[in-house]
Design a protein around this ligand. Structure first.
Ligand SMILES: [Fe+2]
Length: 288
């Protein structure tokens, strides 16, 4: 059996797992240890994973069912469980979602049952002058909630917010490389309402579940008050003490929890520098 070691990525959240080769069989016992680290840490990094697409899908499946994203244009042909995030085009056509996620969000928060987590595998990373560009930043929504003043925590605990898919989708559209959503895609993803303080489905810890990408308003508040409170919360999440910034290497498999973290891709690389990431997305297994 493989012997696993764990080391923290930041003082507050995130862990690197060492000593595990995901191309080799993972026993139920080892998987249980990995799942526990994932639930407790929010972000888990495995470096140097030389795995196939099927191995990526199979490992992801150990956590439960996988999402098939509504954006069929970004799914890998023959393996729709893989959502491709890439600026690469082949035969004049993008192979995945271009410039995706360059704003703070959690994946699929706009679904009735939000995603449990995502597993992103770095296949190609953009480099300039020996430095890898295109980092991804993560925020701990547990640490962010914990740091709020007690009266605000109490106020937020009784409030819910609207999550709207098109808001985030359209934020990336100025690149000019995205088509408008079709009526069918919009109909498949009506607005949903989630509590602002969401109990983590696996650990029970309170998470600040509003993200700049998809949340449009707080239910029951006048617009000006809703806008102001949301902006305050979005800014609060950007404090350095809640952030982990990941500098990618080819072969990194990084997985994150879509309740206890938010993330934002850094678009600091030119279109000519190839970047290709493969993502699987875990279906939420428990009620929001
Ligand atoms: Fe994302």
């Amino acid at each position: 059996m493989q012997a696993m070691q764990v080391r923290p990525l930041t003082p507050k959240f995130g862990a690197e797992i060492l000593g595990v080769d995901l191309s080799q069989p993972i026993s139920d016992e080892l998987f249980g240890e990995i799942e526990k680290v994932f639930n407790d840490s929010g972000v888990v990094l495995f470096r140097g994973q030389n795995i196939t697409e099927d191995q990526h899908i199979d490992f992801s499946h150990r956590f439960g069912p996988l999402e098939i994203h509504v954006r069929k244009d970004a799914l890998m042909r023959h393996r729709p469980e893989i959502f491709v995030v890439s600026n690469v085009s082949e035969n004049g056509k993008p192979i995945g979602s271009v410039d995706a996620g360059q704003f703070w969000h959690t994946d699929l928060s706009y679904k009735k049952v939000p995603s449990r987590g995502s597993l992103l595998l770095a296949r190609e990373v953009p480099m300039r002058d020996g430095k890898v560009l295109g980092d991804t930043m993560f925020c701990s929504t547990i640490a962010a909630f914990e740091a709020l003043p007690a009266d605000l925590k109490q106020k937020l605990s009784g409030l819910s917010a609207v999550h709207h898919y098109e808001k985030g989708y359209n934020r990336d559209r100025p690149s000019g490389r995205r088509k408008p959503l079709t009526p069918e895609q919009l109909a498949a993803l009506p607005d949903v309402i989630h509590p602002i303080v969401r109990k983590h489905p696996y650990t029970g810890k309170p998470c600040l579940f509003v993200n700049e990408g998809y949340v449009t308003e707080i239910v029951g508040l006048p617009k000006a008050e809703s806008d102001s409170l949301l902006e305050q919360l979005f800014q609060h999440c950007l404090s350095e003490e809640f952030i982990y910034r990941h500098n990618w290497r080819v072969g990194d498999l990084l997985m994150w929890d879509n309740c206890s973290t938010q993330h934002c891709a850094v678009g600091d690389y030119d279109a000519g520098l190839r970047r290709r990431m493969d993502r699987t997305t875990l279906t939420g297994a428990a009620a929001a």
